[in-house]
Write a protein of this length. Structure first.
Length: 150
């Protein structure tokens, strides 16, 4: 083991608790935004309701999603370095799923920008299906982190 492993000491459980708390915030935002998109699709482009949905989505992005994502990454990477998990199979797969959630977050921000411009490239049904992605990914990530099957 390298000398820097375990550098958090007794603070590790507090960092882990904070990581879980901010993952909850992030997941709430990842569940809410596609649902917002579904409702946003139902209003006319350029209407007052359209403007209200743009404001709601922007607030969710600025106040919850983006800050939670940054804190989750900082704390998660801190925990990974503290525990030296990089060579462990469970962590490598979990990390791949976490990267996927990051890409999903990026897609949502891009879709928000399209809605803001008045574009509606996906159907409401497609958005409802995409709303399931974070739940499935979160379930896999939790199983990998808790059970550590390999």
């Amino acid at each position: 083991m390298a000398d820097w492993l375990g550098f958090l000491g007794a603070a590790m459980i507090w960092v882990k608790a904070a990581h879980v708390i901010f993952v909850i915030f992030l997941m709430a935002g990842l569940f809410m935004m596609p649902r917002f998109f579904v409702y946003h699709h139902q209003c006319a482009v350029g209407s007052d309701e359209d403007a209200r949905w743009i404001e709601r989505e922007d607030r969710l992005r600025r106040i919850i999603l983006n800050p939670a994502l940054v804190v989750v990454w900082v704390l998660g990477l801190t925990l990974a370095f503290n525990g030296g998990y990089w060579s462990q199979g469970w962590f490598q797969i979990k990390f791949a799923f976490v990267l996927g959630l990051g890409a999903y977050h990026g897609w949502m921000i891009g879709y928000f920008k399209k809605l803001k411009k008045g574009e509606r490239p996906l159907s409401e049904k497609a958005l409802r299906m995409l709303n399931e992605v974070p739940g499935v990914v979160a379930a896999v990530a939790v199983i990998l982190a808790v059970v550590r099957p390999f």
